[in-house]
Design a protein around this ligand. Structure first.
Ligand SMILES: Cc1cc2nc3c(=O)[nH]c(=O)nc-3n(C[C@H](O)[C@H](O)[C@H](O)COP(=O)(O)OP(=O)(O)OC[C@H]3O[C@@H](n4cnc5c(N)ncnc54)[C@H](O)[C@@H]3O)c2cc1C
Length: 349
């Protein structure tokens, strides 16, 4: 289990100087932001910026990859936090796929500066890959997937698949934090920031990289991204087969402009792609509206959706556990209820 108190490394104190947190005037946060090829900053990274702002210290953002400069200009225009004072860009295509082997030394180069007491990244695939590596190299315990910042040294994170919340006090000189994007709103556009854009100190290790990007197979969809959608329609094993899943879930999602999700049972049964899985071993969502169709409400599924603002469940078993977390429950056959609901919603469009 995660220790209640993180270890402070004497070796690192020697390397980085004495604890800077003792003097919070010198504390700063470095936030790593992911961006797309067209320079758009990921929603989850904008949530990381919100979390960084909640720490209350001046913020420096780090952008890497061939679109880093474009993303930096975009960030400068949209702002996002009054605390954002510095934007570092590492404009090198070697960072395009955010290999942990590359990004880690880049971030560590900046973290050498004693004022950076906090490093924040979204708990995305990228964050999950770089943070443990940074922790190992610095000999510091990362604090992963936090859902709340109590103060600059105290954080809340879910444990046991979200069935308990641990409040963790971290005494390390440098706090390496990944944030659960669904728990922090994406930083909204604010006034253009005066943050200076400058080149990040490049790491010499990039050229020594022994891993190679072979390609990617992305599921393209015109729907909102499941992880950040404000409405999610999710289907379970109760839909019985792929045909019913497509015939009932898709039109209902269309009528609401919602993203589609699923349980692991639905994914394993081949009803839909596994990128749609919500839960402990899938995506974590917290939309304004979540509608679950034919879903029992196993704890592993609840771990990924129970923070949704309004939960609606349709199930023919009134004892189904999902009704314990649902704000609205419809007990009945989804084959009758869902087409009727879709028709009514489409009429009201
Ligand atoms: C280590 C581990 C990790 C896991 N990770 C995940 C995860 O990330 N995400 C996840 O979802 N699961 C996960 N699971 C699986 C999880 O335990 C459940 O098995 C799964 O969530 C059940 O999916 P379900 O609700 O679709 O199916 P079921 O539990 O079979 O429920 C189907 C529901 O449909 C209802 N139903 C049937 N017919 C109708 C009808 N005609 N009309 C209305 N309702 C109907 C039934 O009453 C039932 O409640 C994990 C399990 C393990 C062990």
């Amino acid at each position: 289990m995660f220790p209640a108190f993180c270890r402070s490394s004497a070796a690192l104190r020697v390397k980085y100087g004495t604890s800077v947190l003792a003097n919070s005037r010198l504390a700063s946060t470095l936030v790593f932001l992911e961006s797309s090829k067209d320079g758009k900053i990921a929603q989850s990274s904008m949530s990381a910026l919100t979390a960084a702002a909640q720490l209350g210290f001046p913020i420096a953002a780090l952008l890497a990859g061939s679109s880093a400069s474009k993303a930096a200009e975009e960030l400068k225009k949209t702002g996002g936090s009054a605390l954002l004072q510095q934007i570092y860009v590492a404009n090198n295509e070697a960072y395009d796929h955010y290999f942990a082997e590359n990004v880690t030394p880049l971030a560590l180069e900046l973290l050498k500066e004693p004022e950076y007491t906090h490093f924040v990244v979204a708990s995305s695939a990228v964050g999950k890959s770089i943070l443990p590596r940074m922790g190992a190299l610095l000999d510091f315990q990362p604090i992963c997937d936090i859902t709340k910042i109590v103060d600059s040294a105290t954080f809340v994170r879910p444990i046991y698949a979200g069935n308990a919340l641990a409040t963790v006090k971290c005494l390390q000189d440098k706090k390496l934090i990944s944030i659960r994007a669904s728990s922090f709103p994406a930083a909204a556009a604010s006034e253009a920031t005066n943050a200076a854009i400058s080149e990040a100190p490049q790491s010499s290790q990039v050229s020594e990289l022994t891993v190679k990007w072979e390609g990617e197979n992305l599921v393209k969809s015109a729907r909102p991204d499941l992880g950040s959608a404000s409405k999610v329609i999710s289907g379970g094993r109760g839909l019985k087969n792929k045909e019913t899943f497509d015939n009932l879930v898709t039109p209902l999602a269309d009528s609401l402009g919602a993203a589609i999700g699923a349980t692991r049972a639905a994914v394993d049964s081949g009803f839909c792609d596994n990128s749609l899985q919500i839960g402990q071993t899938g995506k974590v969502v917290a939309p304004d509206l979540y509608i679950g169709l034919g879903i029992s409400g196993a704890i592993q599924h609840l771990a990924g959706m129970k923070d949704s603002k309004v939960i609606v469940a349709i199930n023919n078993d009134q004892e189904a556990p999902i009704f314990q977390v649902a704000d609205y429950g419809l007990v009945g056959d989804l084959n009758e209820i869902v087409p009727e609901l879709t028709e009514k919603l489409s009429q009201n469009k």
